[in-house]
Design a protein around this ligand. Structure first.
Ligand code: NAD
Length: 467
């Protein structure tokens, strides 16, 4: 079969293009050439990505504004700069990550040498979600390049401008043999999932996550599933005005369409009324009296999600916001109290700018509330009390435990980012992404010049049995 560089990579691939199988097959051919293995090649591709972001930052910001109404500042901070930070970190640590590590051999087996040697997996498929359509394909791509793989990326069709831009620019900047972009929706993904990959890295919702895991199981392909869920924020005390500011920042960024946004607040004791007032004030301070007109406030991705969210507004009593406009797909930053715990608002991930405050009596009641539900991607605790912080970590199972600062853990490349249980499997960012997309191969060697193993060979005489 032909090398990928000879294939014409289409700019926009129609639904389930016939050449998907051909593209993936040529990627496997590239793996066999070991092209992507050397450190120099990996570094060159990281550099290429860096150059692409540098030369086309404005185009990416425009595409993100087009897809989600993201403000340029927010888009730079949460998408472009996040990817840049991953690239910088990988460039700095690549040699160290690639080094093999010696492992101690037990005395009885010596003389011998043992080491762990990171090896590329082969062809990695990255399927991204629409809410951070740049970051969610490029950050895993950084890990995949660093690990020496060749990569196929499938950006979300629900962010078409970003998807088209990636489809146009990646082939311009990166080696065609190292990375291919395939665009399209569910049927394209279905077709992709019929191909063989050495790892599938999926970001998105649970329903499709199961489809991906099932397809991967057919071929025993390992998967990383970066899913979502309802990430709770327990607020013990809202007397510091920073609490409301941080909640509003984390929740209403990207109009609430953030996998690590605080989904709902569990307000302990009498913090809830003070909190309502504080949140209202901060929303006005951040986005003005008419947030839907603010340039700093995004929109809902499409009418289906808009209608789903507007229906949720009836699930409780609105104390802040509630306004919405189907023409512009905007929903005001909204705070809701007295919510029915069995309503869709409290059963499903909200993924929009609606923040329910649920009053609970105590810290223990908050922990019970969380533990009665599927494991979230993050559990937030707002408290300065170290005893409560440690007890929260001991009792709550979540992809991450974060105190007093929503979403910040994502910006620390040294921290693994991923879920547990219903919020996903596997983690990435920095070294964790490198290791996730590598085989940490065991290598051992022992000389035959002197045979120190004689003592364990059959026949198992009486003397050997006493050993
Ligand atoms: P989405 O609709 O963009 O779907 C994700 C990807 O799955 C897309 O590329 C889509 O084309 C593909 N897809 C759709 N149908 C498919 C099918 N039948 N077979 C195979 N692939 C298919 O995104 P979404 O699912 O709406 O994403 C939102 C969810 O993602 C939320 O639950 C959110 O919390 C989660 N999320 C998680 C993270 C994380 O890093 N953990 C980040 C962002 C979003």
């Amino acid at each position: 079969s032909r090398a990928l560089s000879e294939l014409e990579l289409p700019e926009v691939v129609a639904e389930a293009p016939a050449n998907i199988a051909e593209i993936v097959a040529s990627m496997h051919d590239v793996v066999a050439t070991r092209l992507a293995h050397p450190r120099r090649f990996r570094a060159s591709q990281l550099k290429a990505l860096e150059r692409m972001l540098e030369a086309h930052e404005q185009d990416f910001l425009d595409a993100l504004a087009d897809d989600l109404g993201k403000s340029p500042v927010e888009a730079r901070m949460t998408e472009v700069d996040m990817v840049r930070a991953e690239i910088d970190h990988a460039q700095l640590h690549l040699s160290e990550w690639m080094e093999s590590k010696a492992v101690k051999v037990p005395l009885a087996l010596q003389p011998a040498a043992a080491k762990i040697e990171p090896q590329p997996l082969g062809v990695v498929l990255i399927i991204g979600a629409w809410n951070y359509p740049l970051q969610l394909v490029l950050a895993p791509l950084v890990a995949s390049i660093a690990a020496g793989n060749v990569t196929v990326i499938k950006p979300s069709e629900l962010a078409p401008s970003t998807s088209a831009l990636l489809g146009r620019l990646i082939p311009q900047f990166m080696d065609h043999r190292a990375c291919a972009v395939i665009q399209g929706g569910a049927s394209t993904s279905t077709h992709l999932l019929e191909q063989h990959f050495d790892h599938i890295f999926y970001t998105g919702g649970e329903r499709v996550g199961k489809i991906v895991a099932r397809a991967a199981a057919e071929q025993l392909t390992p998967v990383t599933l970066e899913l979502g869920g309802k990430s709770p924020a327990v607020v013990m005390d809202s007397s510091s005005s920073a609490v409301a500011r941080r909640l509003v920042f984390g929740k209403f960024m990207n109009a609430g369409q953030t996998c690590v946004a605080p989904d709902y607040v569990l307000a302990v004791g009498d913090t809830d009324q003070n909190l309502e007032k504080q949140l209202g004030k901060v929303i006005t301070a951040f986005y003005g009296k008419n947030p839907m007109a603010s340039r700093d406030y995004g929109r809902i991705v499409n009418t289906a999600h808009f209608d789903r969210l507007v229906a949720c507004l009836d699930d409780g009593q609105i104390v802040v916001g509630g306004g919405h406009d189907r023409d512009t797909l905007k929903i005001e930053p909204t705070v809701i109290i007295n919510v029915d715990p069995d309503s869709p608002l409290m059963r499903e991930e909200i993924f929009g700018p609606i923040l329910p405050i649920v009053a609970v009596d105590s810290f223990d009641a908050a922990v019970r509330f969380i533990n009665a539900r599927p494991n979230p991607l993050v559990a937030y605790l707002f408290s300065e009390n170290p005893r409560l912080q440690s007890s929260f970590g001991d009792q709550v199972r979540a992809g991450a435990i974060v105190h007093n600062a929503p979403s910040l853990h994502l910006a620390v490349p040294g921290l693994p980012f991923g879920g547990v249980g219903a919020s996903g499997m596997g983690a990435y960012h920095g070294r964790h992404g490198f290791e996730r997309l590598s085989q940490m191969r065991a290598v051992m060697g022992k000389t035959t010049v002197i045979d120190t193993l004689k003592a364990v060979y059959p026949p198992y005489t009486w003397a050997k049995a006493k050993l």
